[in-house]
Ligand binder design. Structure first.
Ligand SMILES: Nc1ncnc2c1ncn2[C@@H]1O[C@H](COP(=O)(O)OP(=O)(O)OP(=O)(O)O)[C@@H](O)[C@H]1O
Ligand SMILES: [Mg+2]
Length: 233
């Protein structure tokens, strides 16, 4: 290994080795991921692309410790997460990871502030800390004037920003976003990705997102392309 390669590995938030995931469908085995080796640098905006069914969500679920690989290893920093107990994986997810899904899973009867505050309550933060951090992250995503609005009164892009605020509020190291811009127009999509950009720079986050959209892909630090179960250069 060259010293440059060693440095890249050292700064990696994720590294996978020969990662495989098969699904069983009747008597048939579907090999969705077929030996994925990737390195995700810390504090990067990393995107996964690939046609529908290529395995992007499958890969995100593995990296996010929501699913188990059929074979291979996943290192989160120095830790090999495929070997951890469910309890430890659960802790890791709650403390170090944040998730933003395509169809925003907000509680629509609650305000933007309450949605974020509720997430922090689940993370075990005290009342004062929750209030301060909820205000801080909602300001960070540009919603300081909309905090007290119920989320059902917000636009799609604004709701997506509330979801992002909720995903980053507990100060995770990595945020996963599965097609976060799929239901937004290009302009709003670009706003959401620019927000990720600034969170990477200002909060030191790593963002791993999937997208089909070439407009978004232009803003990535790094792009992985999935095809036939492997990564294309
Ligand atoms: N739990 C499961 N059981 C069986 N097959 C599955 C399961 N989850 C995913 N698959 C199959 O794995 C393949 C990859 O699915 P995945 O959802 O990862 O694709 P994707 O790249 O995210 O696609 P899209 O862009 O449409 O979201 C698909 O063929 C899918 O049918
Ligand atoms: Mg998907």
């Amino acid at each position: 290994m060259s010293s440059q390669e060693a440095n890249i590995q050292h700064d990696a938030i994720y590294r996978t080795e020969q990662l495989c995931r098969n699904f069983q469908s009747g008597h048939e085995t579907i090999q969705v991921l077929n030996g994925i080796n990737l390195i995700v640098p810390r504090q990067s905006l990393t995107m996964l692309k690939g046609r529908s069914g290529s395995g992007k969500t499958t890969l995100i679920n593995l990296l996010g410790a929501l699913d188990h690989p059929t074979a291979g290893k996943i290192f989160f920093g120095e830790q090999e997460i495929t070997r951890l107990s469910e309890n430890k994986r659960d802790k890791l997810r709650r403390h170090s990871m944040g998730f933003v899904f395509q169809s925003v899973a907000l509680i629509t009867s609650m305000t933007a502030f309450e949605n974020v505050e509720f997430g922090l309550r689940v993370a075990g933060i005290d009342a004062k800390g929750r209030r301060e951090r909820a205000e801080e992250v909602l300001t960070l995503v540009g919603l300081d004037k909309r905090m007290k609005h119920r989320t059902q009164e917000l636009s799609g892009g604004e709701q997506q920003r509330v979801a992002i605020a909720r995903a980053i509020a507990h100060r995770p190291n990595v945020v996963f976003a599965d097609e976060p811009t799929a239901e937004l127009d290009t302009n709003m999509g670009l706003q959401v990705v620019s927000l990720f950009r600034s969170l990477v720079e200002r909060e030191g986050l790593t963002v791993i997102m999937t997208t089909h959209d070439p407009n978004m892909i232009e803003l990535a630090d790094l792009v992985f392309s999935l095809d036939s179960g492997v990564m294309q250069a």
